[in-house]
Every structure is written in C-alpha cells, then in structure tokens.
Design a protein around this ligand. Structure first.
Ligand code: NI
Length: 184
C-alpha cells in the first residue's frame, strides 16, 4: 500500500522513536508498504516517522545507484532497531535530499564510516562498519529516528536560504510528485 509521506512541520518527525519487537502488528505488510511508498516517491531511504509511526524501522534502496556503483546491485534492505555505535573521524560533504523536505537539496557533512548494529527483516542481528553512500544514507535515516532532519546540520546562512521553502511547507504549500501529509 502506498502511504502519504509526512512532511516538515509534522510533529512525528521531531519525536524520539521506540524499538519494536518481532510481534509488532502486521510488520511484514508495513515493510512492504514502506518500500512501495519509497519507490513511488523515487527515494533511496524511508524511516517510519516519515509515514507517521514513531518506531525504529527504516528501509533503504541503493540499487538505484548500481549503474555507477556496482557494489549496490540488489541493495534493498530493512533496518530494525538500528543503533549508531561509533563513527570514524574522517568526514565528507555531499548533497542530500529528503522525501519529507520536497524541493530542498543541500550539502551535509558527515563521517564517512560508521559502526552500526541493527536487525534485518528476519530478525538476524548485524554488527558492522559501513562506508560510502551506505554510511551516509544510514546516518540520514538514523537522524529521523532521533527526531532530526538533514537541515538541522546546515550552517546559519544555508538555513536562511531555505527558510522560505520551509515556511511554505508549514502553510501546506508543497509541490511534489507524491502524496504528502502537511501540517495544514
Ligand atoms: Ni529523510
């Protein structure tokens, strides 16, 4: 099922999230709906708060990058109860966007390597270091689970430049190709 995506201004995007257990109701269907919603909106990641649920559940699709980065061929993964354990010292800056912030793309500086723990959809536990787009994407989605958005990383001047777009979103003025749920 394709679900509406909650955009900037929705309180759920600023909430702390709860861990889930294997008996979470209709988890399999929920994961399928998250993938379908992300695909329809042409995103490469979606966190549960973006569909209105304050839980620690994320889907990521890096397969769309696999023409340029063959290591991501078939990469469509589920991350449950993801935790960021530590980050490497090296950082880089790359442009990011977010389905909850339509029309905003800004460079964000983040660590290039991170140590993460999570469960996959089969409740297998993973404990690993990741890098590259995978690390960036996971950090972006991890932020959503902590009530953060990528614009929180921007310096004052950049923030000023997007203020008009954010104000428009709060008024319910959003132009994008997918269904959204604004605060108005
Ligand atoms: Ni996002």
């Amino acid at each position: 099922m394709i679900l509406p995506i909650y955009v900037y201004g929705q309180p759920v995007l600023r909430k702390e999230t709860e861990e889930i257990t294997p008996d979470y109701p209709n988890l399999k269907e929920l994961i399928e709906s998250m993938f379908a919603t992300m695909d329809k909106a042409e995103g490469c990641g979606l966190a549960a708060p973006q569909i209105g649920l304050p839980i620690r559940l994320v889907v990521i699709d890096l397969d769309t990058l696999s023409d340029d980065y063959p290591q991501y061929k078939g990469y469509r993964r589920v991350f449950i109860n993801q935790q960021l354990i530590e980050a490497g010292e090296e950082t880089d800056s790359k442009e990011e966007g977010c389905l909850s912030l339509p029309g905003i793309h800004e460079p964000v500086r983040r660590p290039t390597r991170i140590h993460v723990k999570y469960f996959d959809e089969n409740w297998q536990e993973h404990d690993e270091w990741v890098d590259g787009f995978e690390a960036r994407c996971m950090q972006h989605e991890f932020d959503h689970l902590e009530g953060k958005m990528f614009i929180d990383h921007l310096a004052g001047l950049r923030k000023q430049m997007i203020k008009g777009k954010l104000t428009a979103m709060l008024k319910g003025n959003v132009r994008c190709s997918y269904r959204v749920k604004t605060i108005k």
